[in-house]
Design a protein. Sequence first.
Length: 711
Amino acid sequence: MLFRFFIVLIAASSYLHVSAQDNELTLFRPTRPVKVDTLYYPFYNNVQMIEIDNVGYWEANVNFHEMSQPRALSWSMLIPGPFPNVYLFRDTSGEIVKAFNSSTPLWQLTMDFRKVPLNKKSSDIAHVLTGGKHTGKYHSGWADYHSRMIDFDGFYLVYDTVATGMNYLTRAGTVGRSGKVGLIDSFGNYFLNTEYDNIIPVKNDILIVKDSLCGIIDKQKNAVVPMEYDNYNFAAQDELVFYREVKIYLIYAMYKDSMYKVDGYDHISFDAMHYDRYNPTATYQYVNYPFRKDGKTGLLDNNYEVITPALYDYIGGYVEDRAVCSRDKKFGYLDRSGKEIIPCIYTYVEYFRKGVGVVQHNGEFRNVDKDGKLLDITAVRPEPWRNNRDATFIGELQVVQTGTGYGLIDKASQFVIPPVYAMIRPLITFIPPKIPGHGKTVGPVPDVFLAKQYPNDQWGIVSTSGEVLLPFEYELVADYPTAAGFRVVKKDETHWGVVDRNYKLVVPCIYEGIGTGYDDDYFTFYLDGKVGVMDTTGQIQIPAEYKQIHRFVSGRAMALKDSLYGFIDREGNTVIPFRYEQFQGEFENGLVAFKEKNEWGFLDTNASVIIAPQYEEVRRFESAITGVMLNDKWGFIDRENKLVVKFEYDFVGHEWGHDSLVEVRRNGKIGYVNSEGKEVIPCIYDSSRGYSPEKGHHLEKDGQRVWVKAE
């Protein structure tokens, strides 16, 4: 696909068969791709495959933007994801006999391609230079673009659910990603029927997901990994990890084509393994790799054999061939073989420096050698605790940072929680209001804290008694909960879930995103780049088939589907059809503003047009009247579209204030209008500084600030 940016491509006619470029591309002046390529493959066994390359167009478009306008957030996250490629098959008479990822009838497709010669060559130069090789390319998804195609080696992804809209790049209706997926070969025959939730190539094999179970098959459909695991995850590019109920039971080490069964681990430090593997000559090597089981830590070798059983609360990295370890709130050291060479009997230890460590026992600091012998020398002093000037407390315990990490000390400076964490911070929760009707306030939980654990830098929740309430498995645990105590948790970019007020996982981490910010009786979730709705037990109420779902108000929510807006109810029924360019927020007093052909009007809750589209811009109907713009000037209309205030203002505010007034501006000056359209505070002020129910509006005029109440 990179050839598109350096080679002149020859355009061809037909609305379906078009070239990726009409202009010459250079390194110095990239040109936007204009249309989708149609790739014509050679005839094999009297069958020709034709591929409408929507994915290739999308990649070229992303590349164009990346080259011409680089930015921190990748353009792949900003440009809507591609429709799947359309695969057509025609015989030697020119008849289209099979079609995949298209809703267009075969007879219509045959008519569309009747003028395309059977010996037609593709315009895509990369395709031509490879001799029309069947590569089986298909992109893994819009959200993980890395300028690469995933290779199915002659197989092609096809879907069974046809999208309601038409592909804006071609006239053919196309298949959305909300349906089941399968694989076809280059003759249009099914290799895997469209009955799977996901299909991903893994080296020479295929990962399949079906009915919440996953496994691996080879190209002969033999089981490589049985379908008995309920989740999977790629640990970087080398390991494919299989889970049962969020615990690790199988690792497929693809880099050496080996399978390893393990005994239900919570976590394995794959990052440490990757470091050793890709830095074999580095001075520092891990050699042993931490794993966690049932909340305890041990060590593995690179074949996942247990070196040190999972007995420890913490195992740090090796410094001078000694690793700090902790169990039962006491510290010691492990040697390179994983043996506890210095027993865990100390209340605090420091890493070794120049062959000497520091331990604290009965409040006294002593030096120790690598075999655990206490020394009389004081060449190495304990590293002072790095307390901030404004100390952080968890209840009555103070957070301190030492050379080994963060911990909690009591008033006597004794460690209650040993300093083994990469970070500690208070856990915030809602506190019932002291005065009814004054909303909710937030504050720290006195006996619970958020902690980030070495070496995987994963977050968990711990009590001040040392009990792990939420395992250390998450890249993110939300700082703030909902009023009912729900918190979003994130394992990685595509695995999000929810825990309840007791820190129990109520929504498993199988979603691309979770939203809990609206109400306490439902969450929004993301799958395959689309959003749906579930209840607080994780039961799906509305499938993920929308691009956006806004907040439910009075039982309905604005949603975006196939580039058009409508409204749905809590059961997912369409209550306002999806045919509008845009809505302005939610219904206010039974009306909502809608945009059609670049003009604004108003609908009621029955989708009846109350005010026809005619305005350049409008405000919500929060009051009896609302602001509308015509010919770059603002005025006010009522619900019958009667002009209450003529078009004389340069600006009208978005919200009506507590005193039922709205800000207006004329000739650069600020004033206020009431719900009858009367200008009760004249437009003579330069700026607004706030509002007080007792004093009115705090305004500035000619450098002087005054309080003004409406007349």
